[in-house]
Write a protein that binds this ligand. Structure first.
Ligand code: NAD
Length: 352
């Protein structure tokens, strides 16, 4: 049994689906179901005794302690977070609460649970903290990719809150001996991605004939990894990662945002031709966001060398699979594009 937090979100849900089908071990999934949590993603597990969903907050210490005492997990895989940079600019409070206080609460509950385990269970236990490359800050054009030794230089409330949580996790290992491992991954894309993030936003807007909003000149560079490859990396680190270590996860796929948008337009032009010509006509440059990092690039050689992990997808195969998934799952998209999401998206994109 493992305890997953945030397993109804984009990466967490992909991880739970993969875990149940690849490993087959039961999962307790604790998620608050914020706007980003969607149980529909996990509907294929309805009635499957290997998935127990618990609707709750990682800041609720009593609940976390009760789940640990009842289910006796051998590991905690911690995804739950507020994760959207734009939202963190407009409302940083939730990011401080969930990402920092929530991680602190989990660490404290885990510490109490772990310290009372018998010797074998104690040495087998793992707390895996899922984090981001954004904690490292921004790179210049010629700088080498981030290694695990790169100093933390977070620039947004989101990345600052994740950096703080990474530091807490590190400290709980050094101070209390809690068996932790941390992963810092580049930008993920793939199925079930909430359509406020770049790739699903572009696909869904293009299909709806809406503008494709590109921040500034679109030359911000991000490093992309197909979400299933992130899931396989987490499984590998959980299995064999060295305690107290951090592992960068990435697929060596640096791309400027505008190139991503053009690639999506070309794939859609091929798979579902635009009645008005090409989807590229919808590209609309909008004001850049404050403090927008220019470039992220992740050096994943430690994970490749030490643990033998490799991504299964190239960017070309992964983005094609993703566009095909959105074309085949328009009902999932329609269902998440409602209520709070719609209000937020109109406030932030139509106001520009
Ligand atoms: P997401 O926003 O899609 O999902 C987050 C999930 O956490 C949602 O299901 C939400 O309901 C849940 N949640 C939020 N606050 C909670 C709380 N207080 N208690 C319990 N559950 C809560 O995020 P994601 O993109 O799936 O990211 C998951 C993790 O991976 C995050 O920690 C993020 O920092 C990290 N990460 C994301 C990316 C990326 O490209 N998306 C890259 C690297 C690392």
């Amino acid at each position: 049994m493992i305890l997953v937090t945030g397993g109804a979100g984009f990466i967490g849900a992909n991880f739970v689906l993969d875990w149940v089908s690849v490993v087959g071990e039961p999962v307790v999934n604790l998620d608050k179901l914020t706007y980003a949590g969607n149980l529909e993603t996990l509907s294929s597990l309805n009635g499957d005794s290997r998935h127990l969903f618990v609707h709750g907050d990682i800041c609720d210490r009593a609940l976390v302690e009760e789940l640990l005492a009842t289910h006796r997990p051998r590991a905690i895989v911690h995804f739950a977070a507020e994760s959207h940079v734009d939202r963190s600019i407009h409302g940083p409070g939730d990011f401080v609460r969930t990402n920092i206080e929530g991680t602190f609460t989990l660490l404290e509950a885990a510490r109490g649970y772990w310290s009372a385990l018998d010797a074998d269970a104690k040495s087998a236990f793992r707390f895996l903290h899922v984090s981001t490359d954004e904690v490292y800050g921004s790179l210049g054009a010629g700088d080498p990719a981030f290694t695990e030794q790169h100093p933390f230089e977070p620039n947004s409330p989101y990345s600052a809150s994740k950096a703080a949580s990474d530091h807490l996790v590190r400290a709980w290992h050094h101070t209390y001996g809690l068996p932790v491992v941390t992963t810092n991954c580049s930008n993920n894309y793939g199925p079930y991605h909430f359509p406020e993030k770049l790739i699903p936003l572009m696909i869904t807007n293009a299909l709806a004939g809406k503008p494709l909003p590109v921040y500034g000149d679109g030359m911000q560079i991000r490093d992309w990894l197909y979400v299933k490859d992130h899931c396989s990396a987490i499984r590998r680190v959980l299995e064999a990662g060295r305690l107290g270590e951090t592992y960068n996860v990435g697929g060596w796929n640096e791309k400027p945002n505008i190139e991503i948008v053009h690639t999506i337009c070309s794939l859609l032009d091929e798979l579902k031709p635009d009645p008005a010509g090409s989807y590229r006509r919808l590209v609309t440059h909008v004001a850049d966001r404050p403090g927008h990092d220019r470039r992220y690039a992740i050096d994943a050689r430690k994970l490749e060398r030490e643990l033998g992990w490799k991504p299964a997808e190239t960017f070309e195969t992964g983005i094609r699979k993703t566009v095909e998934w959105y074309l085949a799952n328009n009902q999932w998209v329609a269902n998440v594009q409602s209520g709070a999401y719609r209000d937020w998206i109109s406030k932030n994109y139509e106001a520009r």
